[in-house]
Design a protein around this ligand. Structure first.
Ligand SMILES: Cc1cc2nc3c(=O)[nH]c(=O)nc-3n(C[C@H](O)[C@H](O)[C@H](O)COP(=O)(O)O)c2cc1C
Length: 481
């Protein structure tokens, strides 16, 4: 299903019972994010929904959060596949990217404000950790461009609203937006930058995939959507922006302008540090008529941020292992949705083909990603089933023999609370790789044969006992005998 824009996706969410309208007035500077926090902390994943705030106190407009990343189910709806197929759909999109097309038909430019009329205070930008964040923050798509190659970059970098036409952008060392900005700095020119709010879901999903520098995430968005993303020339800067967005904020980072950014509640569960970051001056705000603001809820996990980053990057990892690095016996990759997003736990299911193969793949994943923990299991383990994973760790893992510690890891995201900063700079971390694949011939499972279990299931039904879906782990176990 290729949604033409964000609104069409919201309508699909509502039809599917996965969007709630909040009609009581809510303050975007506090109450809004607290309500979103209750949803993530108190509701189990499958019961979560997008929150559409229809009446905001003190500011015009409507705001959505958790549209894409309330749960794996909302994300699957955005991709148009069943939840179990999200990772494979990502692999297809990465293998078949589709370049964007330029257009002059641009809903995102129905209303245009430039110059002295620009005022970010008219947008419903939330304070995400009230009482602790320094200011309202944009948590949305950031577009930049490499001055030398002309290739654009799409990502999400938290952006602090510092005045009616000023923001501070969290451009961290090593990040692609930072490299784009620095490419202009080297030429002594202002760097163009834009924020897109409320695009077709594929654009939002592609932005947080950690693809190599020089790959325009908009081509991956095309692959995910199944058709090219329409881009239009921005009104005041030299960037192409998503034509169907709800809002576009255009700006430029002028050489030599810095200020203190933060604190801001971060995705690993603590407040992020205050640091000097580049100032961007806003040159235009364009939007649709009656625009809908979309901001990601991040901070204490689980959150929209951890869910969208985990799902996309699992697909990227599977594609890299299988297609780029030739490990064809890797069957599946899952990244823990709950706790730390990119810093969290990656799990690989594979058929090891030679001694040390599983450890080799585990080390590759640790090196290629920000994941702190990597566990490799056999292909007969359901890697999305916590009970089955725990069983594999108990039955097939010998810590002394099967653990690899990867040392001297620099955390470019600069946000790992377990690593103390040294002289104000991010410190050095380590990672763990666990090989929980079977290494000894352990014989058959201590379960009755499949035929006996099938007969018992028929009796179960005849006896009128409660019905259930057969867990995938049972299918795996019974098929081995
Ligand atoms: C809500 C949200 C906020 C984020 N904020 C930042 C940030 O401030 N700095 C950062 O480096 N990454 C941040 N990320 C993660 C990056 O957007 C993500 O890793 C992306 O793929 C980086 O793109 P790049 O490799 O093109 O730099 C954030 C992600 C989300 C969902």
């Amino acid at each position: 299903m290729a949604y033409k824009d964000f609104r069409e996706f919201l309508a699909a969410l509502e039809t599917d019972g996965r969007l709630r309208r909040i009609t009581v007035p809510v303050d975007p500077a506090g109450e809004l994010s607290c309500m979103a926090r209750w949803m993530y902390q108190a509701l189990p994943e499958e019961r979560r929904f997008a929150l559409l705030f229809e009446k905001l106190r003190g500011v015009d407009g409507r705001l959505v959060t958790a549209a894409l990343g309330a749960s794996r189910q909302t994300y699957a709806l955005a991709l148009g596949v069943a939840p179990d197929l999200i990772t494979e759909r990502w692999v297809q999109a990465l293998c078949r990217p589709i370049a964007p097309v330029d257009t002059t038909v641009a809903p995102c430019q129905e209303l245009v404000t430039t110059g002295a009329d620009v005022d970010l205070g008219r947008l419903p930008v939330p304070v995400w950790t009230p009482g602790k964040d320094a200011a309202p923050y944009l948590t949305t798509l950031t577009l930049t461009r490499d001055a030398d190659s002309g290739i654009q970059n799409l990502a999400v970098y938290r952006t602090m609203v510092a005045g009616k036409d000023k923001v501070l952008v969290n451009l961290s060392p090593g990040r692609h937006g930072t490299r784009c900005w620095q490419s202009y700095l080297r030429q002594g020119r202002p760097a163009p930058i834009a924020w897109a709010i409320g695009c077709e879901p594929a654009v939002h999903m592609a932005a947080v995939a950690n693809v190599p520098y020089g790959v325009d995430e908009m081509t991956i968005a095309g692959g995910l959507k199944g058709e090219p993303i329409a881009l239009v020339k921005a009104k005041t800067i030299d960037l192409m922006v998503p034509a169907n967005a709800e809002y576009i904020i255009e700006g430029e980072i002028r050489p030599g302008e810095f200020d203190q950014e933060g604190p801001f509640g971060e995705f690993a569960g603590y407040m992020g540090p205050v640091a000097s970051k580049p100032v961007a001056t806003i040159t235009a705000i364009t939007c649709r008529r009656d625009p809908i603001y979309y901001g990601y809820v991040s901070q204490m996990p689980p959150s929209e941020s951890t869910i969208i980053q985990s799902l996309g990057n699992a697909g990227l990892m599977l594609k890299q292992l299988r297609h780029d690095l030739g490990h064809a016996s890797v069957r599946d990759v899952h990244i823990d949705l709950t706790y730390g997003g990119v810093l969290a736990h990656g799990i690989v299911a594979m058929k090891p083909l030679y001694p040390g193969h599983a450890k080799q793949v585990g080390r590759l994943v640790a090196d290629l990603s920000f994941l702190k923990r990597v566990t490799v299991v056999d292909e007969d383990v359901d890697i999305r089933d916590a009970m089955h994973m725990d069983w594999a760790l108990n039955a097939r893992y010998n810590p002394r023999r099967d653990t690899v510690i990867v040392d001297d890891v620099f955390c470019p995201a600069d946000m790992d609370p377990a690593v103390p900063r040294v002289d104000g700079k991010p410190g050095i971390n380590s990672k763990i790789v666990i090989d929980a694949t079977e290494k000894t011939e352990s014989g058959t499972f201590s379960l009755p044969p499949a035929e006996d279990m099938d007969r018992a299931l028929a009796l179960w039904k005849e006896a009128g006992l409660p019905s259930f879906d057969i867990p995938k782990r049972c299918k795996f176990m019974l098929s081995r005998g």
